[in-house]
Design a protein around this ligand. Structure first.
Ligand SMILES: NC(=O)C1=CN([C@@H]2O[C@H](COP(=O)(O)OP(=O)(O)OC[C@H]3O[C@@H](n4cnc5c(N)ncnc54)[C@H](O)[C@@H]3O)[C@@H](O)[C@H]2O)C=CC1
Ligand SMILES: CC(C)CC(=O)C(=O)O
Ligand SMILES: [Mg+2]
Length: 359
């Protein structure tokens, strides 16, 4: 089969991790007999530099007409003086919205070989961690009304608005319940319903929808408690469904208990088969261009692409197994290094994964 993939290397370490991932996808194509056609497009800071806009129309069109989108990361200090819609990060939000990708699936799995990289107590780590964060991606405070009021009792003020509709909550809740059915049949909905009206609506919609899923256990947790429970007892979670901002924050936390932010992939999905696949991390300006970035989060995101957009389960597993094997052979990038392990850079990590794939 032939698949068209729009690639968005973006900024910082984005191009470095995308490069290794393209090599991996090409190798999978070669081994399993698929043709992967890549088309690179601009978004983020590099797009601002080249076109004056963070998200050129052409990028949206090419992504829309591709079978899947693979994204590195956008943003960085060079564009930090920009504000509002001019910021590189807005490109990401704009693309998610334009492509209707409302469900962000972020699995946080502690690999056996990486147990030593988790900062949690060894008795907790021994039990294993396997959580799936289902984050609402095109609503909430990242998309609500925002602005500034120049005059006020205490000077200028700024506001961002959290707002959710019944339909937005229903569709993300359905995604979470469906995913839970294929896992351990438990959904924890995370909100702040003791304070926020939007969370009270969120909770009531989820309770109502749960009636369609009597085989899935549902509980509710406030975000502050969830942030703590994730460290205290991660095994209590199976699927976490939450809002755009809470999911953004909780998934970074989940990445750390499973080793590193450089390990966690994500899939952003909507109603059709088109999805956008990206690591959960950002452009890591502190290590950009130094061959230090861990490419595994992006490489595992490409496995999610094969699974969800192309229905190539065997090929997806081949990538995941190759990653696991390299970790079992004790190779580590700087973010997951520990005593007795071999330190490698971005390119070498990519090469080792390719080598395992070819075996
Ligand atoms: N999806 C995206 O494009 C995202 C973009 N950003 C943007 O990225 C820029 C930097 O944001 P930060 O808050 O610093 O978050 P970040 O995720 O880029 O970096 C946080 C820390 O994690 C490390 N890190 C991240 N990815 C890594 C990898 N693959 N391997 C090894 N270490 C890794 C970085 O070196 C840094 O110390 C900002 O402009 C931000 O807006 C942030 C998050 C997501
Ligand atoms: C622009 C931000 C919402 C990106 C981010 O931090 C994320 O999606 O994880
Ligand atoms: Mg984030």
């Amino acid at each position: 089969m032939r698949y068209s993939i729009a690639t968005i290397p973006g900024d910082g370490i984005g191009p470095e991790v995308i490069q290794e991932t393209i090599l991996v996808l090409n190798k999978v194509g070669e081994i399993f007999g698929h043709q992967m056609d890549f088309q690179e497009v601009l978004a983020g800071g590099i797009a601002i530099d080249k076109t004056g806009m963070p998200l050129p129309k052409e990028t949206i069109e090419i992504c829309r007409n591709s079978d899947a989108v693979l994204l590195g990361a956008v943003g960085g200090p060079k564009w930090d003086n920009l504000s509002g819609d001019k910021r590189p990060e807005r490109a990401l939000l704009g693309l998610r919205e334009a492509l209707g990708l409302y469900a962000n699936i972020r699995p946080a799995v502690l690999y056996q070989a990486l147990k030593e990289a988790s900062p949690l107590r060894s008795d907790i780590v021994e039990k294993g961690i396997d959580i799936c964060v289902v984050r609402e991606l095109t609503g909430g405070i990242y998309f609500g009304d925002r602005g500034r009021n120049k005059e006020g009792k205490m000077g200028e003020s700024a506001y961002d608005t959290e707002s959710y509709s019944v339909g937005e909550v229903e569709r993300i809740a359905r995604s979470a319940f469906e995913i839970a059915r294929k896992r351990n049949r438990k959904v924890t909905s995370v909100d702040k319903a003791n304070v926020l009206e939007s969370s009270r609506l969120w909770r009531s919609v989820i309770v109502e929808l749960s009636k369609d899923y009597p085989d899935v256990a549902l509980d509710h947790m406030y975000i502050d408690n969830a942030a703590m429970q994730l460290i205290r007892d991660p095994q209590q979670f199976d699927v976490i469904v939450t809002t755009n901002m809470f999911g953004d924050i909780l998934s970074d936390e989940a990445s750390m208990i499973t080793g590193s932010i450089g390990m966690l992939p994500s899939a952003s999905l909507g109603e059709g088969s088109l999805g956008m696949y990206e690591p959960i991390h950002g452009s890591a300006p502190d290590i950009a261009g130094e061959d230090k970035a861990n490419p595994i989060a992006t490489i595992l995101s490409s496995a999610m692409m094969l699974r969800f957009s192309f229905a190539l389960e065997e090929e997806a597993k081949a990538i995941e197994n190759a990653v696991m094997k390299v970790l079992e052979n004790n190779y580590r990038t700087g973010d997951i290094i520990s005593k007795g392990m071999t330190l490698v850079g971005t390119k070498e990590m990519g090469r080792l994964i390719l080598q395992e794939l070819a075996k």
